[in-house]
Design a protein around this ligand. Structure first.
Ligand code: KE4
Length: 422
């Protein structure tokens, strides 16, 4: 589409429907995508990119997986939305309950933002408390309470605390450094009885991939339990990405509430929040916590998500994906260091990030201290070689089942060329 970027910028803020897509974090002009197939994304100028953004997480089987497309196409012919309960959403809810540790009841919504916003409301209603704790550099969607010292696009464009959010809305939100076990102990020592919930990305993915230090998640479980606060695992990104039972299953720590999205919708708008029955029974129409959505449980999203989850099939899908992802991470580290470039990677399940630093960051402050100028050069060097990485040092690389070993090898060779000149 000739002059599409000028036209887009004329009628949409930054020309995009979500800020990170604007390349604001790396400079340059984004391409317009027209088709996805397997591990490849096709631009309107005909270029094919080996894709490691993968719609920021949902496409764990790759673009346009035949079973997903078949299910969505079939469902579309039956209608796009009914405004009435469907068997599809029950099947989705039953699948999530069967897969996720401690999940007894779930509500489907249309995005990760809706899921975390609603989970927070349930936690505040369940405890009768107001304060919440989040972690600096984590992103839980763009609702007021949690758009505080946020990661992802907010950090990318330098607005971790958004304009337009009254301080009254964030006064009840405390932010701690990720992995800060001492800080956590201190806050719970002083204010534990006032804390409604801690919301955490059990693997941080919105400051690049940052892993929980041993004991961090266990401390969160222990402190919240002792204080009568709820522990919310925001698994919008890690759910069905690091394992069939999410990060809760992977690390063996069970939250009170969990939020999911991305993979469970296979690229269609979806989110979910849920947990113990005692909490979810507070949600309307059963209880006093109001939450609703015109398109919640949408049949197309349910059909696509169910097809993807059924094609994944269960826990056995993840070890090969994790090994492929770890091989990419190790290979990038080896080639960067061989070229004298300080690089370090974090990787778990089908997600990873290469940081331009001597060692892999454990907090947002350490991510901020990485060489983001070099990341920009790396991003564009790889893009010139037909490899599309996240256009921000605060995002995560997603590997899918469609990324063959040859594609990983090609990526490593391309990176070697780029490391040699940045
Ligand atoms: P959405 O409202 O974008 O569906 O989900 C918000 C959200 C909540 N929790 C976690 C852990 C998330 O990673 C996200 C969204 N992830 C970003 C990627 N870093 C979305 C990309 C974008 O904003 O365009």
């Amino acid at each position: 589409m000739k002059g599409w970027w000028e036209r887009a910028q004329a009628v949409m803020p930054g020309g995009v429907s979500s800020p990170v897509r604007s390349f604001h974090g790396v400079g340059g002009t984004p391409f317009a995508a027209v088709r996805g197939q397997g591990a490849y994304l096709y631009a309107d100028d005909g270029r094919a990119y080996l894709d490691y953004v993968m719609s920021y997480g949902p496409l764990i089987l790759g673009h346009a997986h035949p079973e997903v497309i078949g299910a969505v196409t079939h469902q579309a012919a039956l209608g796009t939305s009914y405004g009435a309960p469907t068997g599809l959403e029950t099947e989705m809810a039953e699948l999530l309950v069967s897969a996720y540790p401690g999940l007894e009841m779930v509500r489907l919504v249309n995005s990760g933002t809706e899921a975390t916003m609603s989970a927070l409301r349930v936690a505040r209603a369940a405890t009768g408390r107001k304060r919440v704790i989040k972690f600096i550099g984590s992103y839980h969607g763009h609702h007021d309470s949690l758009l505080v010292r946020a990661g992802s696009g907010a950090a990318t464009i330098g607005v971790p605390d958004s304009a337009g959010v009254p301080e009254e809305m964030t006064a009840l939100t405390m932010s701690l450094p990720y992995n800060d076990r001492e800080g956590l102990a201190a806050v719970f020592g002083n204010l534990g009885s006032e804390v409604a919930a801690v919301i955490v990305e059990p693997v941080a993915g919105n400051m690049g991939t940052v892993l929980p230090e041993p004991g961090f998640l266990e401390d969160l479980r222990r402190f919240t339990q002792a204080a009568g606060s709820l522990l919310i695992f925001d698994e919008v990104m890690t759910g069905f990405r690091v394992g069939w039972a999410g990060a809760a299953g992977y690390y063996g720590v069970r939250p009170d509430l969990v939020t999911l999205a991305k993979v469970i919708g296979a690229g269609l708008p979806v989110g979910a929040y849920g947990g113990k029955r005692e909490y979810m029974q507070l949600v309307a129409p059963l209880g006093p916590v109001y939450q609703a959505g015109t398109l919640s449980g949408n049949p197309l999203a349910m059909a696509g998500g169910l097809a993807q989850l059924r094609a994944i099939g269960g826990p056995a899908f993840y070890p090969p994906l994790a090994e492929k992802t770890a091989a990419l991470a190790r290979g990038l580290e080896e080639r960067g260091r061989r070229r004298g470039v300080a690089v370090a990677a974090n990787s778990v399940g089908g997600m990873m990030t290469l940081f331009f630093a001597d060692r892999a960051p454990k907090t947002f402050a350490e991510v901020e201290a990485t060489d983001r100028g070099r990341y920009r050069k790396y991003f564009h060097g790889m893009l010139d070689q037909g490899i599309f990485l996240p256009p921000s040092a605060f995002e995560t690389v997603f590997v899918s089942a469609a990324h063959e070993k040859e594609a990983i090898e090609h990526t490593l060779e391309a990176a070697d060329t780029v490391f040699a000149r940045i």
